[in-house]
Design a protein around this ligand. Sequence first.
Ligand code: KIV
Length: 290
Amino acid sequence: MSTTFQLDTSTSRANPTPKPRKRLTVPKIRDHKKDGQTKEPLVMLTAYTARQAQLLDAHCDILLVGDSLGQVIYGLDSTLPVTLDMMIAHGAAVVRGSYHSVVVVDLPFGAYEGSKEQAFETASRVMAETGCAAVKLEGGQAMAETIDFLTNRGIPVMGHVGLTPQAVNVLGGYAARGRSQQEHDKIIADGEAVQNAGAFSVVAEGVIEPIAISLTKSLEIPVIGIGASAQCDGQVLVTEDMLGMFERVPRFVKKYEDIAGIIEKTVAQYAEEVRARTFPTEDQTYQPKA
Ligand code: KIV
């Protein structure tokens, strides 16, 4: 059954019907994997707006306000120019539009790598100003000290290893990682470092399947895959990719719909009706009261 929303004008909150399930928590996500095993994979999707969050919330365990919003919403060519203010504005919107999922907000490039103190300042602003439950940051061994610092100060952290898009200039592109023994060993060591530093889960992006499987088997925390393996403890995709908003569909994405096609068709019909003066009709027009 799909969820409908009624706006409560006194709180500006849209109340869903049916009543949503209780909000999941970070410990619940962590403990979803028991003794190294996950029965039912975690469902995670990106969300950037309140309405999108409303539509996804009941079906997801985690909503990620990814810095991929740089490309998806702002038309940027990488995540590097994404600012903290952008992440906070979209993070707050997604928290307002969700009831059940754990909301995780990405820390943007340049706002946390300088020092663990800088990371705390950024992450605490994100948590306080959005109401999200956790932050995600990219990097493995190099970020372990920072993750330890944050988690010991009340900030739950999701790690992100493998293909880390904020490091595109060091990696030289967005190709899958782990094809050499050196890369393989680094990704496994990164996953372990992130876990040992206190992260409650970790995204493994764009890694060859044997690495994704090794990480999933060896880590106690949930490993959430994107371009990784069906054997991960959960999956994440950029929502607009799986809905078919873009012509380019990366290999690891399954395009479930052709939303871009639906939008184009609908807008073409609207434009035709406006030009033919067949919209608006009487149904959409106000008349003086009799
Ligand atoms: O920014 C993002 O959307 C992400 C996911 C692709 C994992 O980090």
